[in-house]
Design a binder for this molecule. Sequence first.
Ligand code: SF4
Length: 771
Amino acid sequence: RSFATPSFDSTNPRIPPYFKLLKNYEKVREVLGRGTALTLAEKILYSHLDNVEESLMTNTNGGRNIRGSANLKLKPDRVAMQDASAQMALLQFMTCNLPSTAIPASIHCDHLIVGEHGAKADLESGIKVNQEVFDFLESAAKKYGIEFWPPGAGIIHQSVLENYGAPGLMMLGTDSHTPNCGGLSTIAIGVGGADAVEALVGAPWELKAPRVLGVELKGQLSGWASPKDIILNLAGQLTVRGGTGFIVEYFGPGVESLSCTGMATVCNMGAEVGATTSIFPFSPAHVRYLEATHRHDVAAEAKKFSDIVKLRADDGAKYDEVITIDLSSLEPHINGPFTPDLSTPLSQFKETVQEQKWPEKLSAGLIGSCTNSSYEDMTRVESMVREALEAGLKPSSDFYITPGSDQIRETLARDGPLETFKEAGGTVLSNACGPCIGQWKRQDGVEKGTPNAILTSYNRNFRGRNDGNPDTMNFLASPEIVTAMSFAGSTTFNPVTDTIPTPSGKEFRFSPPSGFEIPAKPFEAARPEFQAVIQPADASVNIAISPKSERLALLEPFEPFPNSDLSGLRVLVKITGKCTTDTISAAGPWLKYKGHLPNISTNTLNTATNAETGEVNAAYDLDGSKHTIPELGQRWKEAQQPWLVVAEHNYGEGSAREHAALQPRYLGARIVLCKSFARIHETNLKKQGVVPLTFANEADYDKIGASDEVATEGLYDMLRNGGKGEVSLRVKKHKSGEEVVIKTKHAISEDQAQFILAGSALNLLSKTASV
Ligand code: SF4
């Protein structure tokens, strides 16, 4: 049976290509058998396959065992890029010499604005300092027909949710919190710039078919519990690695009680458990949100599409694992410090703070960001702030508010919350990332090295993440809990049970927060200067990059893999403990060099801990001389000494930052050998021509050390055989000359083997794209 296909609007770029997706979905059903029950994630993912038959039949056991085994070749509908990662993505895209992008794309200027005094002043100085980069991005957008969101327009994920997200859509974003849009029933995946370029040139993008982790939501949130607490709780259960290789799919009666933006918060922070992405089924809340954001047309078409495809899991669909959360008994959680999976229920937090001797004074509370600046979040917070103001109270800690976009900012200004926050002494920052990505000049005199506690409604809290101070203990919570504790000025305050003394001598207790899912009137439009610039590609636009620039540099292709195994490699450094993408390529002040590979490479691994000496950012040359890790990398690059890094678990966890792969490659890395990888980073390494290997036997980590000489055995053959075959490393100990052989494992697909042989994915792509 063929579907009776209704007509879909194919002229509006904001509406997913539903007609095409439906035809593909029909083929999926034919190949898999009509009785096969699918999860929602599978429905959307498979309807974006480049070649359904090839992917689902030949790749797997006749259409079965797809999850965890098939390499899906997907055609995403759209790409979004933030300003820090867009620079390298566009520099790579430029080398392909195409007149325009093959699919719609957008650039969002959000990461480079420092939070300091408040929106107006910060934006002015941010634009001044980063003018060269913004000009580059704008000119590239004009040349290739990419939608350009200027500085101050909003944070990528909020703007995408408000403008591009749509049920059934599949998109890539050059940022790890791209899954935010799963809150609108979109498959949205965070990738590196090289992946984005594949989609931008119209090539299929490859993904190992994820397994699906079902999260059943029962009951209904009430009182102080909020959607943020669902993911704070889940992060505690799963840990930062528990979602690796999975799409997290929510289902169950509790879904119906959540707002679209609440679902987005949950999906946003799914990045913290390492999931490929997260998604919610299509619900009436999506229609309400689409209509409130002026997208009646998208809502109507999505309903038609869902009537046929059913944008939810089929009855009987099997999840690889299921976790159940009862919303009715869920209490607020606070996660941290230094890792998003250290989760403590509010009722136990005071005791934990005291036991752990964490600071009891709260220095600052920060709410908003791409994670938690929805109308619902902000009106719930306003209800609390208004009540506290009426009791004569003001926040005892510094209190910052980051709106996610100018649309939400203008709506909050129109409806009152923004004024209420200012009346309470809050500082409203620009619609940009600011303190969430280390772009925060604190005004409270807390110096680097001073232990202190801050609470944010953001999503990530690695050491030093917010203010560059490794002694700032950063805790994550809902905006409501952040606000309550900011008024108390204390990390031991529990708004459910505790009171705050007022100036009149009475005791004040917060009522449970209450707010509005969406505004009574549709969202206010962004101010004209903060709206997207949309125009067709214009070949006459010149993208000027000064050869003297310290911020931007054209890319040179990496050399191809030699026609043999690798030999004569040396271990640059053996790392112990967490090695996140922040460790490999720090953000904060380094963000300004994102478009200049030689300059940003001077931060490579500069917060990694040397396993042999316990020192941070220390490495030793073969003659025993001590250097910083990037200095030694540079020395070895100049000496044409190829190298590898040895590390422990979840190497490259954290973000989609492709610089964490590009920089080592630029400095001469050929291999990263570790106990396990974070998914996005492992892919990024392969795309840049670095071979990611894991120990077949973890204990072999102890058999290899800094300066040891390494030769590969079987690597070249494995690459030539499309990723099939085993690879061992013959290690000659630097000091004793003794030799050991270390067996390794790898996850290199046929296509990825081609990337590595070509020197990088881009080397391969630029050949095919320009044909
Ligand atoms: Fe920006 Fe932070 Fe959101 Fe990343 S997580 S997009 S840095 S606000």
